[in-house]
Every structure is written in structure tokens, then in C-alpha cells.
Design a protein. Sequence first.
Length: 184
Amino acid sequence: MSQPPPARPPAEPDLRPPVVGVVMGSDSDLPVVRKCLDMLEHFDVPYEVEVLSAHRTPERAHEYASTARMRGLKVIVAAAGGAAHLAGVMASLTTIPVVGIPMLTSGLGGADSLYSTVQMPAGVPVATVAIGEAGATNAGLLTAEILSLADEELQHRLLAHRAELRRKVAEKNERLKAMLAEPR
Ligand code: C2R
């Protein structure tokens, strides 16, 4: 029996060199980190993804961060949960910007991840976003904003995204008013 054609043709492989390195402490972080990848894809930013751990694979983490600039990366996004040292270790070994995403944790609601990512000592910054999915989305956006400083097309895409946000809020506002105007 012949196979039915695929519903969608497979996506073309992206052959451009990655400019963003997205690293996560474990593959268990991926469902949240996906929000960041979605944003990078939305803005057509080429990225690479790695599972890396400052604790579990310290040598690989060291090598990754210390060669990042040389390999053409412009930003590293590091997501980790719990004793989240990954972003800080990345930042300690490179001078390209590092964006940290604190993962939500079951024990401490992500406060552990947040504090260990955001509370860097003076001298080694990590641009820390909010805990969880909102943070992951913003990590993608912040990364695109950093890259847009040297990329006018990307800046236009970011402006279009803001316009879309405004349009959606206006729509919600109209819907809310119409709903409240209905007799109860
Ligand atoms: P597992 O699900 O693999 O047990 O990982 C990961 O980011 C994950 O959220 C549990 C959590 O451990 C975190 N992890 C770190 C680091 N490596 C892994 N915080 C690190 O190096 O900071």
C-alpha cells in the first residue's frame, strides 16, 4: 500500500551559522526553553541547542563558554533549575552577553533558580529574566533585541511584534467593554 503524502513538507535545514547558543541544564528543561526557541524562530535568528551542566559536565560547560565568541556566537541563553549555576559559569568564561532563565522548581517554586541566577557578584553579569515560560519568551525577545543593535531588519521585525502586542491588547479592551456593556 502506498504511503499518504506528508501533511507538510519537512522544514528546510537552516544552514546559517548559529549566532545564539541556547544551553539548558537538563532535557527536562526543554518544554519551558521551547518558548525561547519559538521566539528565536519567529525572529528568524539562527541558534544551536545543547544540554550542558556546570555541575554534571563541568569540562564541557567550560569548553562551550570559553570558545563561544570564537565560534561566532553573539549571545548565550542559559536555562537551569535549582542550584542554577549554569548561566553564571557561562558568563564567567565569556564576554558575550549571557541571558539566564530560572526554571520553575517543585520544592521552592523557582526561587532557588532565580536567586542563584540573578544574584551574580559584581563583575560577571547575567541578564536574568522571570521564572518559567514568561522568562523563556522574554529571553528570546531580549536576545533578538541585543542582536537588532547590528541588524536593521531584525529591528523592524521587533517593531512589528510590538505593534501586534498593541493590537491584541486593543482587541481585548474592546471585547471586555462589549462584555461589560451587556445586561446582566
Ligand atoms: P534533571 O531533570 O536532569 O534531574 O535536572 C537542570 O537545569 C534541571 O532544571 C533537574 C534540574 O537540574 C538543573 N541543573 C542545573 C545545572 N545542571 C543541571 N541547575 C547547573 O549546572 O546549574
